[in-house]
Design a protein around this ligand. Structure first.
Ligand code: NAD
Ligand code: 89V
Length: 349
């Protein structure tokens, strides 16, 4: 069936969903029609409905009974994802689920298998790889400009007060690996391929929070490449790069460095080129979150186009199980202080 437009329903109108809502509004001209919103908090539902000019609800099932929706964008917190994704699958409605996919591996697998059982399209909103700078890096790697990548450092280090916009992070049982490490693991797979095994050390350097706020991970990729993934919310740095991921990638033909301010420095055949590869500020984005916000626009566009064209998303539910398996492996490695092979999900039957 050739679709021209897609009716989008937004579930969860909290802190980060504001970026999703603005992105869908920007994509209307391309055929992504934000059609209804819902949040169990009536005030948030009403605010979003009025701001974006669509009907608002406090219950997803009530919204689906009242309005024809083709694609649900679920931006609630992970503890609600399994229940909401199951409702969507049982109704045969396509769904995008925000990261982290769910609290446990078992929940993630259950969401994927439910969607498969109902033939429902499913993807995870994993937006770091869709940021302009990361797509520019991928292009350089795909062109072979630095040869075959064989070593990398992917660094996400900040002292920015993430707890102001996301106070729940201070109480989470698992923190930096499950909340931001998951993004950096997805980037490491995107740039260097699947992971054979990893080791990990975690720390809690901020006494005011419940779980680990610092993780240092070393990974061996199936390609033979080695990468170091670092993530912390407890850095005390000037010139803080929040929310940017800084990269150093070396290949057998050169190197690529992505510094603060999204400056890419590529060295190949003895020559070095510098280029700013970040995206523009948009009418609804603001520093320092603009890097993350702009990535939402590109992620939503990717989801809309792939669903419209009957194709899986790059970060489909099944693909994200590969990223989530690295989260599980990292916690296991931190617990055992030994290298761990990530589990692999294979479809039943
Ligand atoms: P939040 O608590 O501010 O918003 C969640 C909203 O969902 C709340 O308004 C709540 O009332 C609503 N809600 C909860 N259960 C519901 C239900 N059953 N039906 C309808 N509404 C329901 O949380 P947040 O900070 O916006 O985070 C939401 C998700 O986005 C989290 O999974 C978080 O990890 C993720 N996130 C991703 C990024 C990124 O992609 N870079 C950045 C920040 C947060
Ligand atoms: O981007 C995110 O997923 C957020 C952040 C890392 C900023 O805290 O949760």
């Amino acid at each position: 069936m050739v679709r021209k437009t897609v009716a989008v329903g937004m579930v969860g109108c909290g802190f980060y969903a504001q970026n999703h809502l603005h992105a869908w509004a920007d994509l209307r001209a391309e055929g992504a029609m934000l059609t209804a919103v819902c949040d169990r908090d009536p005030a948030k539902a009403e605010a979003a409905g009025q701001t974006f000019g669509v009907p608002h609800f406090t219950d997803m099932s009530a919204m689906l009974d009242a309005v024809k929706i083709d694609l649900l964008d679920i931006a609630t917190r992970m503890d609600t994802h399994r229940e909401l994704a199951a409702i969507a699958a049982e109704r045969g409605i396509a769904a995008i689920v925000q990261k982290p996919f769910a609290p446990t591996w078992e929940d993630c697998v259950a969401i994927v298998e439910k969607a498969r059982a109902h033939g429902a399209w499913l993807a995870v909103h994993e937006n770091f790889r869709f940021a302009s700078a990361m797509r520019a890096v991928k292009k350089v790697l795909t062109q072979g400009t630095i040869g075959t990548p064989n070593w990398a450092r992917l660094s996400w280090r900040t002292g920015f007060d993430v707890y102001r916009g996301q106070p729940y992070l201070a109480e989470e049982e698992k923190l930096v690996i499950q909340d931001v490490g998951i993004h950096i693991f997805d980037l490491a797979r995107y740039f260097l391929g699947e992971v054979a095994h990893l080791s990990c050390e975690t720390q809690k350097r901020n006494p005011k929070i419940r779980a680990e706020d610092t993780a240092t991970v070393m990974m061996r990729h199936e390609s033979g490449a080695v990468s170091v993934v670092e993530a912390t919310y407890a850095a005390k740095r000037g010139n803080d790069p929040f929310p940017e991921t800084l990269l150093e990638i070396e290949g057998d033909g050169g190197s690529l460095i992505l510094t603060k301010g999204e400056k890419m420095i590529v060295t190949t055949q003895g020559l070095t080129f510098e280029d700013h590869v970040g995206g523009p500020l948009l009418h609804w984005t603001s520093r320092p979150w603009h890097v993350s916000q702009e990535a939402v626009l590109h992620t939503n566009r990717h989801m809309f186009e792939r669903f419209r064209d009957g194709l899986p998303a790059d970060t489909s539910g099944e693909d994200n199980l590969r990223t989530y398996a690295l989260v599980e492996a990292a916690y296991e490695a931190a617990r055992t202080h030994a290298a761990v092979k990530p589990v692999r999900w294979t479809p039943a039957g």
